[in-house]
Ligand binder design. Structure first.
Ligand code: HEC
Ligand code: HEC
Ligand code: HEC
Ligand code: HEC
Ligand code: HEC
Length: 382
């Protein structure tokens, strides 16, 4: 009998920061086995590569991040590390970033650092592969003769703590109003999902898929909340209605970070279906903070199983034909404001990239709920 694996011990070593360089690959490795770039892994691991390419982990060194790194000194490795330990954590990426800043070859798609959170960052240490046991629970045997000498299996890959290093601040890290700026693991741990044994992977990597959908994915966000429209009543010339949102399927606060904004709204619409000015009421679900992170403005996020309700009450407009209910998501709301203020202050060498990031943040909005109910003029019959 083997004793149960110490997952904390494994992860402390696996995610020690900064990561050590991989060193020299074993002499019998082919150049493909020695390579660290995701496309090389993808030659054999086709499904994971296709999934990963479309995921945000692959875009973790997008223009918003690069645009800020570009204003740092090329040799300021500690300063780089404060960002790339989560956005591009391999030692080889730290090196390629230094080279790119010195040669001002940044944002040009060159270098391992621009590929963001690569496969090897989660799976390769000292050129050795680490991964979960096979789906049937078996682990490779030395005589298996597998590419890259097989892998060392660890239960840590199916555990929420695997994700916590980058999605949870430590207790002395930056906090506002007594709450850490990133607190996803702790929110999960306090929820029923932890006691049910539903780890981050069960929702974000179902069937081991490498998609990591979150606040940027319409279907994903929709799966996390139950939305109910309360039909309109007309009383003494006023329209009364409601819209409720319940965090019924998100494994942490909805949403977990300070960056998104979810807006629930109700308005009266005319014969053309358009909103009539002055009839709109909204409820924002977000943890809103000042752009300079000096204070928390409001925290209306929904803890697991918590519900919010927008109570609508407005005079019935003579032109109104219907009452519209809508829930909109702005996944990067904080960044939109942040990039605007960076550009006002002068974004230096990063200006072009920050402009791109601003445009991307505005293009990411979507709607997860839309419903319309007819409005009858005159007192409703009982
Ligand atoms: C030449 C083909 C090839 C290349 C290149 C390759 N792999 Fe593999 N990999 C395999 C094979 C085959 C297995 C064994 C699958 C099995 O036995 O279930 C494997 C197993 C793994 C496993 C364990 C899977 C599990 O079930 O836990 C991980 C993790 C892994 N590879 C990651 C990588 C990464 C990351 C890269 C790139 C840095 C890479 N591999 C490059 C072929 C390759
Ligand atoms: C503890 C891990 C961690 C560290 C350290 C970190 N980030 Fe992030 N960052 C994240 C996560 C997780 C997200 C996605 C969630 C979000 O949008 O808040 C993110 C999102 C972003 C985004 C928006 C998405 C994008 O790619 O444009 C920018 C810009 C960004 N980070 C810049 C930085 C910069 C600059 C630093 C260093 C000063 C930094 N980050 C340090 C974890 C981290
Ligand atoms: C953010 C960390 C992370 C990144 C990046 C990542 N993986 Fe994984 N990978 C995991 C985790 C966690 C699991 C196990 C999921 C589970 O057990 O539910 C896994 C599982 C696997 C498996 C076993 C799959 C199976 O079906 O049994 C392979 C193979 C693999 N990854 C290869 C890759 C390759 C190739 C890439 C890059 C294209 C990659 N991974 C990127 C974290 C990562
Ligand atoms: C090495 C650090 C690191 C690890 C480990 C990591 N992540 Fe991430 N994750 C990030 C960063 C950085 C981003 C933001 C990427 C961006 O947009 O720039 C991110 C983005 C995400 C998103 C997308 C959120 C959105 O805005 O839609 C999800 C979901 C996610 N991670 C889940 C996971 C899960 C689940 C695990 C564990 C299996 C995990 N992550 C492990 C760093 C990490
Ligand atoms: C029960 C399913 C479930 C579990 C468990 C779960 N999540 Fe999520 N997660 C979601 C859904 C649904 C969303 C989209 C709604 C949202 O953004 O709140 C999401 C969104 C996210 C985001 C996007 C950022 C944001 O502001 O919301 C990140 C990052 C993330 N999850 C990380 C994690 C990590 C890390 C864990 C484990 C500690 C985890 N999730 C556990 C369902 C889950």
């Amino acid at each position: 009998m083997t004793p149960p694996e110490n997952i904390t011990e494994f992860l402390t070593k696996h995610w020690r920061s900064p990561l050590a360089a991989q060193g020299v690959a074993p002499a019998h490795f082919t150049s493909q086995e020695a390579a660290l770039d995701p496309a090389s892994c993808g030659a054999c691991h086709v499904q994971q590569y296709e999934d990963w390419r479309g995921a945000l982990h692959a875009k973790a060194m997008g223009p918003g991040v690069l645009g800020q790194l570009l204003n740092m000194d090329a040799q300021a490795r500690d300063e780089h590390q404060a960002c790339i330990r989560c956005h591009a954590p391999l030692a080889e990426q730290a090196d390629s970033l230094v080279a790119a800043i010195s040669q001002t070859k940044i944002g040009k798609g060159v270098g391992l650092h621009e590929q963001g959170l690569v496969c090897a960052a989660c799976h390769v240490r000292g050129h050795q592969r680490f991964g979960p046991p096979r789906r049937d629970g078996s682990v490779p045997k030395p005589e298996d003769k597998l590419p890259h000498d097989g892998w060392q299996a660890s239960a840590a890959f199916a555990d929420s703590r695997f994700c916590a290093g980058c999605h949870q601040f430590e207790k002395d890290d930056f906090a506002l109003n007594g709450k850490l700026l990133e607190n996803t693991y702790a929110e999960w741990q306090a929820s029923r999902y932890a006691s049910e044994g539903r780890h981050c992977q069960s929702c974000h990597m179902p069937d081991r898929r490498h998609l990591w959908r979150g606040i940027h994915g319409r279907e994903m966000v929709r799966s996390g909340v139950t939305i109910t429209a309360v039909a309109p009543r007309i009383e003494m010339g006023a329209v009364l209605a409601g819209l409720t949102l319940r965090n019924s399927g998100t494994g942490h606060h909805f949403p977990t970070y300070v960056t998104p904004r979810v807006v629930a709204e109700i308005f009266q619409a005319g014969a053309d279906g358009k909103a009539i000015a002055g009839t709109r009421q909204e409820h924002v679900i977000a943890r809103e903070v000042a752009l300079d992170l000096s204070r928390e403005v409001a925290d209306t996020r929904l803890a697991v199983d918590e519900e919010a309700r927008l109570d609508y009450r407005r005079p019935l407009d003579a032109r109104a034909r219907s009452l519209a209910y809508r829930v909109r998501v702005e996944p990067d709301a904080f960044y939109t404001g942040f990039y605007r203020s960076l550009l006002t202050g002068g974004a230096g060498n990063g200006e072009k990239l920050i402009r791109q990031a601003l445009a991307d943040s505005l293009a990411s909005h979507f709607t997860i709920f839309e419903e319309s109910q007819p409005l009858q003029h005159g007192e409703a019959k009982r």
